[in-house]
Ligand binder design. Structure first.
Ligand code: GLY
Length: 586
């Protein structure tokens, strides 16, 4: 069953250190990576418990803001929106009002909905906009320019969700973020360090240097960080809601920065932006119900597709992170990522066969192609690509309230600090989400580009995402709220947290802390978190034909689970994010 006090020591792993990372009465613990493969394991602290509600995010102050809203009588949507605005102040690398994302909501009666506030391409976008004057693909244009900025969706999404499903006045849920930006807060070492890197790395954007430094000098840990321009923008949003961002002063400032830097977004683009309410993707796995995000996210479809494939095997008997387990996961990942690349995009523009991709019958067909002892039989990865770096700088947060309403939100600026462009006078960062469109139709290269047609830039199309805010239920009862950052690794991180709960009976903190792995069809590499496997397991995988890379960390899967016996909310901040925190409402 979902919650167990049992400690899981993954097969063949030796427990090592217990490190504590405490924040606001929560603890989260991750084992130390060993210099040698296979000598590390994770020993988790207990999850944070609360009777009524829980907020878990990558910033403990933002989690506290969410809890305040629950205490003030707000529901999970109110708390999620307040947390999201607070993260735009306290977690600027990914929390945002200049980006976009997705929210999945499960109501206490089991009904569910999804809010799509993904960025969209401006009206003048076109498929060849990432080519330079010589007609060559330009990574700089695609990822690091004003042309890389998509029309932001976050404020529209929060306004839509809160108007439809929140309980408190709008002003009440935005106000804490206005206060945090205006009055400031004390910088942690981690945030001061990351802001210093932006200040030193982007002198070409004076508004960015001004926003994140003290007159050009990087802030030190312990100093108070105030953001007056951001406070003024948030105050306009507090007063005017959606229009406080998409019309008037904020829109004027954003469009002016686009004109200055050669970007495409106009005031007309901003005025036309709308968040969309969509029907969540639904799947089942061994008696559990999965709720996920539909396109333009690929996450919900891919997780359900992989779970359907994996349901045909006894994963629990294989042992967590054994060679046999990793092989089966990898073969399912290959198939889902192949279909993701070739078939999934914004459903408002492209016909996505979502029903077939998430059907048990299709999974059975795919399973027939898997060789249980040999790599790659299912979906050969016959184009050799390097494994791209996946930024961890999207962010996920989870909320559950006293009535059992659950909200799962993943939102992003794309890379850390997005485009690194702060809108002068408005104090917020712009995303570089246009980089999530394929570079140019047909352009698949050894440098890592996949040029499949559906996900190419068209006016007002939303770029394909991997963000996978998810909710797990069973027999009509809420079980867990799950999600993660990490680019394409997000999908596989969420898959593994679900499997850790269902197959390995881990409690939620163990499920979050356990080492994760990633394969994305192209390139043909399994990347496993440092310390996640033994040398013997790597040898067994290599003998099956896999290429294995052991390095880094994957995701920050801030999650919540319900104790099926007591009904308590169990918060699991992911200590891979140093400032993460769970705030419980008793
Ligand atoms: N930018 C990360 C994602 O949307 O998947």
């Amino acid at each position: 069953m979902p919650v167990s006090g049992r400690r899981i020591v993954p097969q063949r792993l030796i427990p090592l250190a217990l490190l504590t990372a405490a924040a606001i009465g929560c603890q989260s613990t991750v084992g130390t990576p060993s210099p040698a493969i296979g000598l590390t394991a994770v020993v988790s602290a207990p999850p944070v418990r609360a009777d009524r509600g829980m907020v878990v995010s990558s910033n403990f102050r933002a989690s506290q803001v969410g809890r305040e809203i629950l205490r003030a009588g707000g529901n999970a949507v109110d708390a999620a929106v307040a947390t999201g605005f607070a993260l735009a102040v306290t977690h600027p690398s990914a929390g945002n009002i200049g980006g976009g994302g997705f929210m999945v909501v499960r109501f206490p009666d089991g009904n569910a909905t999804a809010i799509d506030f993904r960025e969209k391409a401006p009206l003048s976008a076109h498929a060849r906009m990432f080519l330079d004057q010589a007609g060559e693909y330009s990574r700089a244009i695609h990822h690091n320019s004003h042309l890389a900025v998509g029309v932001p969706g976050t404020v529209a999404g929060f306004a839509k969700a809160q108007a439809a499903y929140g309980k408190l006045p709008w002003e009440r849920v935005v106000e804490p973020a206005v206060d945090l930006a205006g009055e400031g807060f004390v910088l942690t070492r981690s945030l001061a360090g990351s802001m210093a890197r932006i200040v030193e790395g982007y002198p070409q954007y004076p508004a960015t240097v001004a926003a994140f430094s003290n007159g050009g000098v990087p802030f030190a840990a312990g100093e108070v960080f105030r953001q007056p321009d951001l406070a003024a923008t948030l105050a306009r949003i507090m007063r005017h809601g959606h229009d406080g961002f998409y019309r008037g002063e904020t829109a004027r400032l954003l469009a002016a920065e686009m004109r200055r830097g050669g970007g495409m977004i106009t005031e007309a683009d901003l005025a036309r932006y709308e968040a969309k309410e969509r029907t969540p993707v639904r799947g089942t796995y061994r008696g559990y119900d999965i709720l996920g995000m539909p396109p333009p996210s690929s996450g919900g479809i891919a997780v359900v597709q992989m779970l359907n494939i994996l349901e045909g095997y006894d994963l629990g008997a294989m042992g967590h992170n054994s060679a046999e387990y990793i092989h089966h996961l990898t073969e399912a990942m290959r198939l889902a990522f192949r279909d993701r690349a070739s078939l999934v995009a914004d459903m408002d523009f492209v016909d996505v066969p979502a029903e077939r991709l998430t059907s048990k019958a299709y999974a059975a067909e795919l399973r027939d192609g898997i060789d249980v002892a040999r790599a790659g039989a299912s979906a050969p990865s016959d184009v050799e690509l390097p494994l791209p770096y996946e930024s961890q700088e999207t962010t996920h947060f989870s909320v559950v309230d006293a009535d059992g309403m659950a909200v799962s939100v993943t939102y992003t600026l794309e890379q850390g600090y997005g485009s690194k462009i702060v809108v002068p006078g408005a104090g917020f960062l712009l995303n570089n989400e246009m980089g999530d469109f394929n570079a140019n139709p047909g352009l698949t290269t050894v440098d890592g580009l996949i040029g499949t047609e559906p996900n190419t830039a068209r006016p007002e199309q939303r770029m394909l995402s991997s963000m996978t805010p998810s909710i797990l239920a069973r027999d009509g009862e809420l079980v867990a709220v799950i999600g993660s950052p990490g680019g394409r690794t997000i999908i596989n991180s969420v898959l593994q947290v679900i499997l850790n709960i269902v197959e390995f009976d881990m409690n939620i903190q163990e499920a979050v802390d356990a080492k994760r792995l990633h394969h994305q069809w192209l390139p043909d590499r399994i990347r496993i978190e440092a310390g996640g496997v033994t040398a013997q397991t790597v040898r067994e995988l290599t003998d099956m034909g896999h290429t294995v890379v052991v390095r880094g960390s994957q995701g920050r899967a801030n999650s919540i689970m319900i104790d099926a016996r007591t009904g308590e909310r169990l918060g699991a901040p992911d200590a891979r994010a140093p400032d993460s925190g769970a705030a419980g409402h008793n």
